[in-house]
Design a protein around this ligand. Structure first.
Ligand SMILES: [Zn+2]
Length: 639
């Protein structure tokens, strides 16, 4: 087996030289940049990326050992610990190590990666099978539980880790193991094999990505086969229905993203990969349509998805109750994977808008400042004070009301780790004629266009604290090229170099000179927003946003003795920036407690005097001890 690290074009460097990137379509409208082509500078995201490396990596490694999930690869079957998918946390951590290495070239990361890979690979069977939970004496037979067994899901993460290794370290033991596993999957589930799919999508994008790394079309064909089969009810019906694993309706016929949220977005990401590589515009169009539907009707203001706890699933249209927001952190990660692929394929800035929303309001919310505790679910309304779980305990995910060290199902910490390590990839792209900037964060960008022209940029900004973004040209050819900037959907009134621009994309094509700057001004200021009237659970309420950042009202900011439940927002008093928060005006209402909470319709209760109370970014909540919190605030009747 040889990995051909094929240059993306005749003149551009290989992915390993460019630091790798998490999704590299061979044929797309926009071309992703490598993790060494975009360098985050000091600011909001670099701080989190550094914490990820300095704290979360060690924390994750500690828990993978402590929980026995790493040890499973060498333990006898009767001593295996953890849930059926625990192998994947090791794989996602390997993926995170690879991206971090791609970015930094730190040999210490290579050493840690190699040490874990050696343990993992030792468990692979001669025919390529690798799963610590099945097929050995005393365990269930291989592929005897496609609905819940997660075997193909586990290969998916193994292969994605292999793809990350191929694009960062180059050919190594893990890449070889991923190829053996993929060959095994094709042998067993390909033509003439088992005609079914996995209960948890993930193998689909992984195989498509492995095709991109190896050039072996067999993997793409297998990914295409899995996408084609999904929805034809080859999996058994289960208590949540087949929509749970998207096996109810074929991918290209579905009207919306549905079912288990993480499964849904991983599957859709794989469908985009297959569509792009096979030129299947119908499939691409179907996924884009489902995405638009889900964003318009099934997505929280934070960008979070999933409003049903029992099956971690999307609800029906407009079922978005804030106090039942599940909004799993992993669903946020998967949502970025999907939107990123759609952005590369179609170039529509609305995909980058959603990525930004999810980054600031889901991805930034989950980890504690020290990188060792995490939210699994991300509620938008906390009614009772949570309890801080012990740092030494694996908590059942749903029981955690404050960030926890580790979970019995600990998918989110490792998913965050690989996302933070590869975060720079989402900042910008290139095409034949220039560079597109999608996310505004301090960063340096250097890349070479397919025709060999070199471009260098520095993004200088305090965003999202303020909306001034300076783009400094550091390297430019003496021929014209196009710089494309995303103007977020919320940014009505934005300007570029003082001139009014419309939302969407602003493109400047000309001959640039090194040292010149462009100044984008986005109107970052606090604004109240209301929800679509059909989201009944928040009708008559407002939320406060400031740029892409959603704010919340937290009990620790409220005057002593005042309950969040009695506060009514006065929307007529303009919210103002003050002391790192936004101050808004509230009145408190007198509740008359009743034994029966339904009483004859009456005029709204009298509203008390105005109180000014600071709101904080939602991603900052629950960092000052247990608190109650709400994003959506009922409006005062005095208006
Ligand atoms: Zn998760």
């Amino acid at each position: 087996m040889t990995i051909e690290d094929v240059p993306t074009t005749a003149t551009s460097p290989t992915w390993t030289e460019r630091g790798g990137t998490p999704a590299a379509p061979g044929n797309s409208r926009l071309r992703p940049l490598g993790l060494r082509e975009v360098t985050l500078r000091d600011g909001f995201w670099r701080q989190r990326q550094q914490t990820n490396r300095a704290k979360s990596f060690a924390h994750i490694e500690y828990w993978l050992e402590k929980a026995g999930w790493l040890g499973n690869f060498s333990a006898p079957p009767e001593q295996r610990r953890g849930r059926e998918f625990s192998d994947t946390e090791v794989y996602k951590f390997l993926e995170a190590l690879a991206w971090e290495y791609g970015r930094t070239r730190d040999p210490e990361l290579a050493r840690r990666h190699r040490a874990i890979v050696t343990r993992v690979v030792a468990a692979q069977q001669p025919d390529g099978y690798l799963n610590t939970n099945f097929g050995r004496p005393g365990q269930q037979p291989r592929y005897s539980d496609l609905e819940w067994g997660h075997e193909l899901y586990s290969y998916g993460h193994l292969i994605q880790a292999g793809v990350a290794a191929a694009r960062t370290f180059g050919e190594d033991e893990l890449v070889a193991a991923a190829v053996r596993a993929a060959d095994h999957v094709c042998d067993v589930f390909g033509p003439g094999g088992i005609v079914s799919v996995c209960g948890h999508a993930e193998i689909e994008p992984a195989l498509a990505e492995l095709y991109r790394v190896t050039g072996n079309r067999r993997y793409l064909e297998q990914a295409r086969l899995f996408i084609q089969r999904r929805g034809h009810r080859t999996l058994a019906d289960i208590e949540f229905g087949r929509s749970y694993f998207q096996d109810d309706v074929p991918v290209r016929e579905a009207g919306s993203l549905r079912g288990h949220a993480v499964r849904a977005v991983y599957l859709a990401a794989g469908a985009v990969d297959v569509a792009v590589e096979t030129g299947d515009t119908e499939l691409l169009g179907a996924v884009a349509r489902q995405w638009r539907h889900a964003v318009a009707r099934r997505t929280y203001i934070t960008g979070g998805i999933g409003s049903r706890h029992q099956d971690e699933a999307f609800g029906d249209d407009f079922v978005l109750p804030p106090d039942r927001a599940y909004s799993e952190t992993c669903a946020g990660v998967g949502s970025i994977m999907l939107a990123w692929r759609l952005l590369l394929a179609q170039g529509d800035p609305r995909y980058a808008d959603l990525i930004e929303r999810v980054l600031f309001n889901v991805i930034a919310t989950s980890p504690a400042d020290d990188g060792t505790r995490f939210f699994y679910a991300n509620t938008l309304h906390q009614r009772v004070l949570g309890a801080e779980p012990s740092a030494d305990t694996q908590v059942p995910r749903a029981a955690s009301t404050l960030r926890a060290s580790w979970f019995e199902v600990s998918c989110c910490p490792t998913n965050l780790a690989r996302t933070f390590a590869s975060l720079a990839a989402y900042v910008a792209t290139a095409d034949d004629d220039g560079v597109q900037i999608h996310q505004y964060t301090p960063a340096g960008i250097t890349t070479t266009l397919p025709d060999g022209r070199e471009i260098g940029l520095e993004i200088e900004t305090q965003y999202p604290a303020d909306g001034r973004i300076t783009i400094r040209i550091t390297t430019t050819p003496d021929t014209p090229w196009t710089l494309s900037l995303r103007v977020p959907d919320w940014a009505a009134g934005a300007t570029l170099d003082g001139l009014a621009i419309t939302r969407g994309l602003v493109q400047t094509r000309r001959r640039f000179t090194a040292g010149e700057t462009l100044v984008l001004e986005l109107p970052v200021r606090p604004r109240f927003v209301a929800a679509d009237d059909r989201i009944d659970s928040v009708r008559g309420q407002a939320a406060l946003v400031r740029g892409p950042v959603v704010y919340c009202l937290e009990s620790v900011d409220v005057p002593r003795g005042v309950d969040l439940d009695v506060l009514r927002l006065d929307p007529n008093t303009e919210p103002v920036d003050r002391d790192g928060g936004v101050v808004a005006a509230f009145r408190s209402v007198d509740f008359t407690p009743h034994d029966w909470p339904y009483q004859p319709l009456a005029a709204a209760a009298d509203a008390g005097p105005l109180m000014r109370i600071p709101l904080r970014p939602y991603h900052r909540w629950a960092r000052r001890g247990p608190s109650t919190m709400r994003v959506w605030m009922p409006l005062s009747s005095e208006r």
